[in-house]
Write a protein that binds this ligand. Structure first.
Ligand SMILES: CC(C)(COP(=O)(O)OP(=O)(O)OC[C@H]1O[C@@H](n2cnc3c(N)ncnc32)[C@H](O)[C@@H]1OP(=O)(O)O)[C@@H](O)C(=O)NCCC(=O)NCCS
Length: 320
């Protein structure tokens, strides 16, 4: 088998592999962001056949974003060789570690995580992935929540001068103020401009909301889509000043009300909560969980590439 890099010119002519929408997204995104796409060919010499592909992002460290092997050729070591080739390439580029993710409950998630572990990757973090859909049960659960507590909290916040606008409705002056406040008044680990400035993660502006006290941003939610069918709730954040005020609920309520009571093409909503994020985890357990149609666990893996690499969690500072 031969593993080689896909050039941008070749990518313009389309791939011989039939990839799912997520695969196409990651291949395009990787190429646009100067990452590397590796292709695995059988019969490298005569009549080569493309049997697998891997997307390796090289911005902010090396991350395997996607691996796909033609169904006919699975279980023959193609995926393993692509992952090993990606690790060698990242090492050549003097990256300290290479990262990857696997969703254990996905049809191939367990296989992929075993593959990673066999190559030497170690898990360093986990997150819950929640999926919601618009069905009679979620509608009922939402109506009950609003009747029991939601409407009362929102009315109280409105009486105290809070309001909600979507990013589609916000004018330039408000977005300018939002940009300034995000830098100074909101927790730094979330950066909405990572999505607002990105061409791949299309921000769905009429489903992303800013809660304002007067004209001061107090909380926001950021929603994106990759395939125009699934909305991904990427970020929910309250400013330092309004943490504990309940203002975070306003963007959620505005979002759900719009999702349930307007005509739109979206079928599913997904969101991810890191298990180490205590405040979001308690929000999840106390509030979001009843609405979820399923909850999956995403494992974050890393493989040290240099003699002395720091743990990928970025928090403990340990060498591995
Ligand atoms: C996940 C995927 C990339 C693995 O590729 P692959 O070429 O089949 O993987 P490998 O042949 O290198 O196998 C890796 C390990 O998984 C095992 N494995 C592969 N397919 C398996 C299957 N259907 N059932 C059980 N184990 C399987 C292999 O036996 C091997 O373990 P072993 O060496 O101990 O025997 C491939 O299944 C795929 O393309 N899936 C769809 C896309 C996807 O979900 N990608 C992962 C997320 S990005």
């Amino acid at each position: 088998m031969l593993v080689r890099e896909l050039s941008v010119v070749e990518s313009l002519f389309g791939l011989e592999l039939e990839l799912p929408a997520l695969g196409k997204f990651w291949i395009q995104s990787t190429l646009r962001n100067d990452g590397v796409v590796l292709e695995a060919y059988l019969n490298g010499g005569s009549n080569p056949r493309l049997v697998g592909i891997l997307a390796l992002m090289l911005k902010r460290g090396a991350t395997i974003e996607y691996v796909f092997v033609d169904e006919q050729f699975r279980g023959q070591g193609v995926g393993t060789q692509l992952v090993q080739a990606a690790a060698s390439l990242a090492k050549e580029q003097e990256m300290p570690v290479i990262k990857a993710r696997a969703i254990i409950q996905d049809p191939f998630g367990g296989i992929f995580s075993r593959l990673l572990e066999k190559v030497g990757f170690q898990a360093y973090d986990t997150a819950s992935l929640l999926r919601f859909s618009d069905n009679p049960q979620t509608r009922q659960a939402w109506a009950e929540f609003m009747e029991r507590r939601g409407s009362r909290i929102c009315t109280k916040l409105q009486e105290r001068g809070f309001r909600t606008v979507s990013c589609a409705e916000a004018d330039a002056a408000l977005m300018e103020r939002f940009a300034r406040e995000v830098e100074t008044s909101f927790p730094a680990h979330l950066n909405p401009y990572q999505f607002l400035d990105s061409r791949e993660h299309r921000v769905v502006r009429d489903f992303s909301f800013i809660a304002l006290k007067g004209d001061e941003p107090a909380a926001y939610s950021l929603v994106t889509t990759v395939d125009d069918r699934t909305l991904t709730f990427q970020q929910l954040s309250a400013s330092f000043k309004y943490q504990g005020s309940g203002a975070f609920l306003l963007p959620i309520v505005a979002f759900v009300e719009k999702a349930l009571h307007s005509t739109h093409p979206y079928k599913l909503l997904s969101t991810m909560v890191y298990d180490r994020n205590r405040s979001m985890t308690s929000l999840l357990q106390g509030f979001l969980q009843p609405f979820a149609v399923n909850i999956n666990t995403q494992y974050f893996y890393f493989l040290p590439l240099q003699e002395e690499a720091r743990c990928a969690c970025g928090a403990c500072g340990e060498t591995v």
